[in-house]
Design a protein around this ligand. Structure first.
Ligand code: FES
Length: 113
């Protein structure tokens, strides 16, 4: 496994190839909020949503259970050269990648998770 060098919020960082942006940020001490990311579960990308969710005795049925999940979107970051915001929990680092975790509002709030 090779080492990738990237920049997060202007701070140089290194990570093994195959590491997600989220993991690289955490190792560099940079906080990115998450909701659906869990270390024991695969990324939500491509996963089918639950057909039914229970909140106590309330049963909530999914209106579109056939659509693949895109995750919660809480971990979105800006990546230089990308037109949309990127889900950091499901995107692997690349050599020379420049990541900004604090939204500047310069990119549309699109989702590509
Ligand atoms: S933490 Fe939910 S999409 Fe990344």
């Amino acid at each position: 496994m090779s080492t990738v060098t990237l920049t997060i919020n202007g701070q140089p960082a290194e990570a093994s190839s195959g590491t997600t942006i989220l993991e690289a940020a955490r190792r560099a001490g940079i906080y990115i909020p998450t909701l659906c990311d869990h270390p024991d579960l695969p990324p939500a990308k491509g996963s089918l949503a639950a057909k039914i969710i229970y909140q106590g005795i309330l049963k909530i049925e999914n209106a579109a259970p056939q659509e693949a999940g895109k995750g919660c979107g809480l971990c979105l970051v800006e990546v230089q050269g990308e037109t949309d915001l990127i889900g950091s929990c499901a995107t692997e680092v690349r050599q020379g990648m420049m990541v900004i975790t604090k939204m500047t509002g310069s990119k549309p709030r699109g989702r590509r998770i």
